[in-house]
Design a protein around this ligand. Structure first.
Ligand code: ADP
Ligand code: MG
Length: 322
């Protein structure tokens, strides 16, 4: 399959967004500007670093890539519109590339998103770069910098499941309820509906949990110039999670990452509206701590509160380039 027949194969037959003027097929895509803010995010995925043939098939890879990008849009309080995909295709993957796009389409359909462009080249390693575009009401974009001291810190869903799933897939862990954990890893659920249901709230900081709770909390703390206190015993985990050793549970829920749940920080006055949005969208939410003034001058920290003691987190979890 050459580049052109591949593009023909992945080219959408129809588009869902009425603001789209030109999708795939010209030098660039065109859509109408809206009254709202446009929000865009990109993620790049490299085989054997971000995903592996050993743990996921082509459709699952595609699905997960879009889910991960949608999670960034959710964390900005943004409504998804379009996506673009640039792909480096090695020979060994050629025939499977349309299946990667089919996996994306499965999730795109749910959010009425359109694939409107990209680039396709051949190379030695499968690399996929995805760009998503969304929109958000002007004063309802959810910045990390908007948290204030005394705010409530909460998370959606359960944490640690994705890391457990990955360990099972890599044969590093054996346990019961294998399929539950594997699916949590393969099919992250971006919290778009919940994030969009928070429209009554004037101020809320959101961050999606890709690198682990500790790391995301540190990002909000730094952007908002404050400290964040977390009570590990309050971090929600799934009913099957209890079978793992105490040590694994602790590491995975705090530093595991890739759960793509949301971490939120908002004033206690907004908490009822958060609960309402959670109920309307069937999203579990759980308070896990609070924000406080910086204890050390000009330095933001994340602290764990255990047995009445405060302990500063030094290692934030997984980071690239270290
Ligand atoms: P150009 O040479 O002008 O960049 P291309 O031949 O690369 O155009 O692409 C032709 C059309 O196909 C463009 O609209 C481009 O956005 C689209 N396209 C190419 N690769 C992809 C891809 N991987 N996913 C989606 N659309 C793609
Ligand atoms: Mg091109």
């Amino acid at each position: 399959m050459d580049e052109f027949s591949l593009i023909n194969k992945i080219k959408p037959n129809y588009y869902r967004q009425s603001s789209l003027i030109k999708g795939v097929g010209d030098d660039a895509a065109v859509f109408r500007e809206t009254q709202e803010n446009l929000v865009t995010a990109t993620d790049i995925f490299v085989e054997d670093i971000h995903f592996s043939r050993k743990t996921m098939n082509a459709e699952q890879i595609g699905y997960r890539l879009l889910a991960v990008n949608l999670s960034d849009l959710a964390a900005m309080g943004s409504h998804p519109l379009f996506y673009l995909v640039s792909i480096v295709v090695p020979n060994a993957w050629k025939d499977e590339v349309p299946r990667i796009f089919a996996g994306m389409e499965e999730l795109a359909k749910k959010y009425k998103m359109d694939l409107i462009g990209g680039d396709t080249v051949s190379g030695n390693q499968l690399i996929i770069s995805m760009n998503v575009i969304g929109k958000a009401k002007r004063n309802k974009v959810r910045y990390r910098s908007s948290a204030k001291p005394s705010d409530i810190v909460f998370v959606t869903g359960t944490l640690g499941d994705s890391m457990a799933g990955l360990c099972i897939l890599q044969n590093k862990t054996h346990c019961k309820n294998i399929n539950y954990f594997i699916n949590r890893h393969r099919y992250p659920r971006p919290r778009i509906e919940f994030a969009l249901q928070l429209q009554n709230i004037d101020r809320i900081a959101l961050n999606d949990i890709s690198d682990g709770l500790a790391s995301e909390a540190a990002e909000i703390a730094t952007a908002s110039k404050l400290d964040i206190m977390i009570e590990p015993s309050l971090i929600p985990t799934s009913e099957y999670f209890i079978q793992f050793s105490k040590d694994k549970q602790y590491k995975w829920k705090l530093y595991g990452g890739e759960d793509f749940e949301l971490l939120g920080v908002t004033s206690p006055a907004n908490w009822n509206d958060v609960l309402k949005a959670a109920k309307q969208t069937n999203t579990p939410v759980q308070k896990i701590g609070y924000a406080d003034r910086q204890e050390r001058d000009d330095t933001s920290s994340v602290y764990l509160i255990e047995d009445g003691k405060k302990k500063m987190i030094k290692n934030r979890g997984y980071t690239h380039l270290t």
